[in-house]
Design a protein around this ligand. Sequence first.
Ligand code: GDP
Length: 362
Amino acid sequence: ALACGIVGLPNVGKSTLFNAITRAGIAAENYPFCTIEPNVGLVAVPDPRLEALSEIVKPQKVQHATMEFVDIAGLVAGAAQGEGLGNQFLAHIRETDAIALVTRCFEDPNVVHVSGHVDPVADLEVVLTELILADLGTVEKAQARVARQAKGGNKDAVAEVAAMARLLPHLNEGKPAASLKLNGEEQEHLRGLCLLTMKPLMVIANVAENELQGGPWRAPLEAWASERHASVVPVCAAIESELAELEPEEQSAFLQDLGLEEPGLKRIIRAAYRLLGLQTYFTAGVKEVRAWTIPVGATAPQAAGVIHSDFERGFIRAQTIAYDDFIRYKGEQGAKEAGKMRAEGKEYVVQDGDVLNFLFNV
Ligand code: GDP
């Protein structure tokens, strides 16, 4: 499964959020949550469409899409040079597919702030700088190695060295690798470096209970994030932590008291799922209604391959009903009669929410 790393300075609320996400995963979704390692959690992706489909199909079982979150501790200023846990946490970030930067926007005299006062943008700068420094180290090391191969006349190596030569000054200016415009070939040459700042980024603003709808944190943080093509999801980790302890009925009462529609965790999970470039298609049988995860842009055979590689290999066609049609015509039979079931072939690019049925050779 693809994973989103939770990254930030100490004491910003990472573990509080991670624990709430993973605990809520069991309570709210009745999903067999597994802790893969103490800091890795597999969570169900909340999707109200599954409930709507289930009301029509009345299946024996409902399966949510899943994704992983990884709580990555140990980032402090100087980490790239080996301060704190040093390179260990960098290796953990490298294994993730997207990064959620948690930044502290709440004041609390009982919770020590590493730099003495709350400044969410300055904290993000510290964190991003460490990631950029780590990437600089990676590129410089690789450059020395690949340059030797380039001297030997290896064409790929020559191109790779050229791509790195473009990237280095960019990183040196304190900019993340993702913000450099690269052509497809350059991207290909740099992919093997697994650069941290090439990963998609979002910002989780851990705000005070009374500032969820906005506060002094908002304008500067959103400006910072939008410059880096990142979205900002505000959340109050303290509230989420309390919510995750409650039974579902108590949860809704508590949310109502606070004037909130849903737990902030759900917004975080959905935002992270999108950040990973993922979308969902459904299978809707009486045995099981299930959400399947595919990358945006996946074709019908690729989508079939998520269920089983045989489905992809022997793919013939996909019977396809758009989610809205499935709901409007109250199921497969109704949609079919209304002419809303299409037969799609190998080239079809699956759309988010498609309800699919695969025909294949074995
Ligand atoms: P981490 O080091 O980033 O993982 O931070 P933790 O999740 O361990 O939180 C550090 C401290 O801040 C703990 O004592 C938390 O209870 C507290 N904390 C976390 N989130 C909030 C919040 O939203 N409001 C307040 N007041 N305290 C929080």
